[in-house]
Design a protein around this ligand. Structure first.
Ligand code: ZN
Ligand code: ZN
Length: 275
């Protein structure tokens, strides 16, 4: 079906579909984390304060601008596919279902490597202000910050679509599934809350998977912790912030029960109340 749409329909389709998914996932995270369970989960808030309304407005504005740019890059990539300039394919039967699944997983790993290096590159002093500063205006990010990029960074972030289609044969639906994973992780990483259990940092899985704490620390101090889904690039390159693991443990530890206002061991009598 995608193969038959005209240019405008394609751009509108990609933009609306991407925008709707971003708004849907970010809204769910917002309602859960900052409304329904805000009090109950607050001890898991990585930065212990509420984000400001001005920050949220800026995050939504730039995220929607990014969605428009993602639509343009998506459109160009699909046109390139129609011209045979990349490895986008339209019939699932052109490759096996096994390849269909494998292409989603491969794209996740390609994106993780691409994100790590592009992100480090955008932290270069000569590029940081022009490319990446808008994203770092969120010092205490919310789910709405997931796509809050300046226009040039949005082009770089959208680059995963042309890159993946250049490197491997991929069906548009497989890329759409990958995008669902990408958005879910991005919203989780910017939610501001840590969801992994305290024991995570005592297990080997910590070498592999990234955590929301890792990325929120990167927003607090814009150096180190450049990774996306996985932590192995940061570990291999020695770019994890030094206090990453201890901060995670501190955020996820059980908070001590508040001191009782009266000594609960002694029965309360009229005399003791007067005293
Ligand atoms: Zn971020
Ligand atoms: Zn950064």
């Amino acid at each position: 079906m995608i193969g038959k749409l005209n240019t405008l329909e394609l751009w509108a389709g990609i933009t609306i579909f991407t925008g709707f998914r971003y708004l849907f996932l970010a809204s769910i995270a917002w309602v859960l984390c900052y409304w329904l369970f805000h009090g109950k989960w607050f001890h898991r808030k990585i930065i212990q304060k509420r984000p400001g309304a001005e920050d949220i407005r800026r995050e939504i504005f730039y995220s929607l601008l990014s969605v428009l740019i993602f639509g343009v890059v998506g459109l160009c990539t699909i046109i390139a596919g129609r011209m045979g300039w990349n490895q986008l394919y339209w019939k699932v039967s052109d490759h096996s279902w096994v390849w269909f699944g494998a292409s989603v997983i491969l794209t996740i790993f390609i994106h993780d490597a691409y994100f790590y290096w592009a992100h480090r590159w955008m932290h270069h002093p000569k590029l940081y202000r022009r490319m990446h500063l808008i994203h770092h205006k969120s010092k205490n990010p919310t789910p709405w910050a997931s796509f809050a990029f300046g226009p040039w960074e949005a082009v770089v972030q959208a680059g995963i679509f042309p890159l993946a289609t250049f490197l491997i044969p991929i069906h548009p639906l497989a890329f759409g599934i990958f995008m669902g994973w990408q958005m879910f992780n991005n919203v989780l990483g910017h939610s501001g809350f840590e969801f992994y259990p305290n024991g995570f940092m005592n297990r080997k899985i910590r070498f592999f998977l990234n955590t929301p704490t890792n990325h929120i620390m990167h927003h607090e101090k814009p150096y180190g912790n450049y990774g996306l889904y996985f932590n192995f690039w940061d570990r291999w390159m020695g770019t994890n912030q030094r206090d990453y693991e201890s901060r995670f443990k501190q955020v996820t530890q059980k908070r001590p029960e508040p001191e009782p206002l009266v000594d609960t061991k002694k029965p309360v009598t009229a005399d003791s109340e007067l005293a």
